[in-house]
Design a protein around this ligand. Sequence first.
Ligand code: SAH
Ligand code: SF4
Ligand code: F3S
Length: 492
Amino acid sequence: MSARTYAIRTYGCQMNEHDSERLAGLLEADGLVPAASEDDADVVVLNTCCIRENADNKLYGKLGHLKSKKDARPGLEIIVSGCLAQKDRDLIQQRAGHVDVVVGTHNVHRAVELLHAARDGGRPVIEIWDEALDDAESFPSALAVKREVDFSAWLTIQVGCDNTCAYCIVPAVRGKEISRPFGELVAEVERLAADGVIEVTLLGQNVNSYGRDLTTSLRTDAASPLDAATAGAVWAADPARRARPLFADLLGAVASVEGIHRVRYTSPHPKDLRPETIAAMADHPAVCNHLHLPLQAGSDATLAAMHRGYTAERYLEKLVAARAGIPDLAVTTDIIVGFPGETDADFEATLEVVAAAEYDSAYTFIFSPREGTEAAVALEAEPGRAVDSAVVGERFERLRVVVERSALAKHRERIGRIEEVVVEGPSKRDASVLTGRTTQNKLVHFASDRPLRAGTLATTRVLDAGPHFLRGELVEVLATPRHRTRIPVAAG
Ligand code: SAH
Ligand code: SF4
Ligand code: F3S
């Protein structure tokens, strides 16, 4: 009998992408193999997101579609995991009785056991934990993983978020901030490097507050030889034992691991962007020249209503400091349009800050009320604060124009330069063209007279630029990948 197959559909952010790699690792440890296509998978996992409302709608649409498939093929098993599962809990079962397992964000590691329980019991299983256990199990990184890409790895350094942004559902579905011990993270990066990984991306909802919880709990204890494993050698050697974030220390430690050529991280919070992080980025060539610094809005009134903890001026000061400290830094951001009560003047302020910030690119979102968040509750009480959707559409478009203007200008500045890229593979549009990524996180589509494996380090000459990518030609191959190439085996 051939092995059962699985397919995972991932929605949302890198946290979820990374959780999906765990889920794949768990399913493969259970003997399953990847399905050739989602259509013929025996187990379908929907790893969900609920950051904006259309994410919810997408999931229920998808579940409806899977219902007819399951009617035709009762052996099909469906797992719903991720943030929407955490938020909607029993509702998923009520609206989609054909789902076999609903598993939350704090117990991803239980997914396969729950699938067995559902199978053995002949009925669906829902298991949602209200919070992560404060142990290694709550960290997806501590589990087996099946990496999507061989040369690059994600590392969850922190789960949850302690901020209270008025619009945001993340703290409700991902819980309070918990940092993974410093020593474990460095050891994991060393293992990854030994495995041929050259690029790591540190993940957290508020990455630059990493470690504050660790040092807060250690601070009052007497020094112990174990402190370095929890909080890193630099903190352990400092007699002051101050509670402080350890992000800059971690960045330095990870960037110093032999074989690690690039370190990225996402997302930092502007209010927590400290000079030592800028210094660590500048001092360690392996840390990429890219800062994703979510602005959200440029009006101080809107920022205050969002509880972002900074003013536009303060934000821009931090940006100036980062650009002064880190040569050739690319800056990207997230912006929300149409937060309740946003006036024309508020929006003009956003446009001004966006123009002044001269972003390399920006993710722009239309405000979406999420049940239970402060903004959604306030909006229910005062529906008049909603911004008219036609006005939102217009603002969104004007914002896009301003972002693209600076993006194109930034990209044009790079024409004629030699840029180092890590090859990702053939370009999506044209298989004869390769795509690579620069330290600034820019895509370069380049012609090459020979195929290059993903993970190859090469230099390219930039010949042309658009608002979202660069075009170039291969100059030189610097290094070929060290990781093992997976030989695809046909499931027999
Ligand atoms: N922790 C990260 C972001 C997580 S969500 C950070 O603070 O940067 C990614 C982005 O989605 C946010 O930066 C925000 O711009 C957007 N977002 C979050 N909630 C939203 C909502 N209710 N409506 C519209 N956009 C939202
Ligand atoms: Fe949400 Fe704010 Fe936390 Fe980011 S920092 S996850 S936007 S609450
Ligand atoms: Fe979505 Fe959850 Fe990420 S809500 S954006 S998948 S943390």
